[in-house]
Design a protein around this ligand. Structure first.
Ligand code: CP
Ligand code: NVA
Length: 306
């Protein structure tokens, strides 16, 4: 049987995505009652990261411990992916010790190549092109606050980056409308949109350059950093380009009062979002962050058929 990986949301069908979210919701409600079913006793999670992480790394490891297993962590350099041995050899050896491998890399292709040689599921914990576990968590959170996903409108104010591309795919898979409010020059590339259209011809993704107009019918106003990890040298240019795209009180006033505010975190308060929006009653950013762990539990249990 083919090993099920999660390098991108395209690795799932919409039915599998719903199934996985249901699993996470069920495990979350047990967790809130103090129940931690030991579904993965004796299982090993190996994490290979080449960028820093608070939420992803620790939600994955906590999830595995809650389910009765344990985790090992190594940088990709420590794993030997810096030329010490071939990627195929590292993947074959590490997957022979592990039940699940999570990876955070600069290159998206590295995760795809690694997964091709891994005998256990490989989960993308963020690459330059995708952040599928963030988008799945966001769907879980939106379901909690809005109920049904179909027909909801998510407005991402910011960069056409890894997080926003995964959200666009997530929206296409669940019948949500997705608007990217973006400065000129930072939109989605044509290849991304072509693939999205090929896979989900009915998707409702649009790109606008006016954030006020974009949020007018939002159920969710979402933002992320203007300069992602690896783009630090471009931060000043981005700060000027995105200046009109800050999510602040004035922009939230252009959205319906019922709209929620989301951010994958870490946030650069004072840049893409102000303190008052982070802390306002519409903000669900900490519920969203906690859900990284609940989603990870659902994902691990689902991937391993437990
Ligand atoms: N949202 C998210 O992936 O956070 P970390 O970079 O802290 O993992
Ligand atoms: N777009 C951000 C997300 C961080 C979780 C980055 O790649 O740095």
């Amino acid at each position: 049987m083919k090993t099920q990986h999660l390098t991108s949301l395209y690795d799932l069908t919409p039915a599998q995505l719903t199934d996985l979210l249901d699993r996470a919701t069920a495990l979350k409600s047990l967790f809130k009652k103090g129940e931690r079913p030991q579904l993965l006793q004796g299982h090993v999670l190996a994490q290979l990261f080449e960028k820093p992480s608070l939420r992803t790394r620790n939600s994955f490891e906590s999830a595995m411990i809650h389910l009765g297993g344990g985790g090992i962590f190594l940088t990709t350099a420590e794993a030997g992916l810096n030329g010490r041995e071939s990627l195929a050899d590292v993947a074959r050896v590490l997957s022979s010790f592990s039940d699940i491998i999570t990876m955070r890399t600069f290159s998206h292709q590295l995760i795809i190549d690694f997964s091709g040689h891994s005998s256990c599921p490989v989960i993308n914990g963020l690459s330059d092109e995708r952040h599928p576990c963030q988008a799945l968590t966001d769907l879980l959170t939106i379901r909690e606050v809005c109920g049904e996903l179909k027909g909801r409108h998510l407005v991402f104010v910011g960069d056409g980056n890894n997080v926003s591309m995964s959200l666009a795919i997530a929206c296409a898979m669940t019948g949500m409308k997705m608007t990217l409010a973006v400065p000129k020059g930072f939109e989605y590339g044509p290849e991304f949109l072509e693939e999205l259209t090929r896979r989900y011809p009915g998707h409702q993704t649009q790109q606008l350059h006016d954030p006020r107009k974009a949020v007018a019918t939002a159920d969710i106003v979402y933002t992320d950093v203007w300069a992602s990890m690896g783009q630090e040298d471009d931060a000043d240019r981005r700060k000027s380009a995105f200046a009109e795209f800050q999510v602040n009180e004035a922009l939230m006033k252009c959205a319906p009062k019922s709209a929620f505010f989301m951010h994958d975190l870490p946030a650069k308060r004072g840049l893409e979002v102000t303190d008052d929006v982070m802390e306002c009653s519409q903000s669900i950013v900490f519920q969203q962050a906690e859900n990284r762990m609940h989603l990870a539990r659902g994902l691990f249990a689902w991937l391993l058929g437990k």
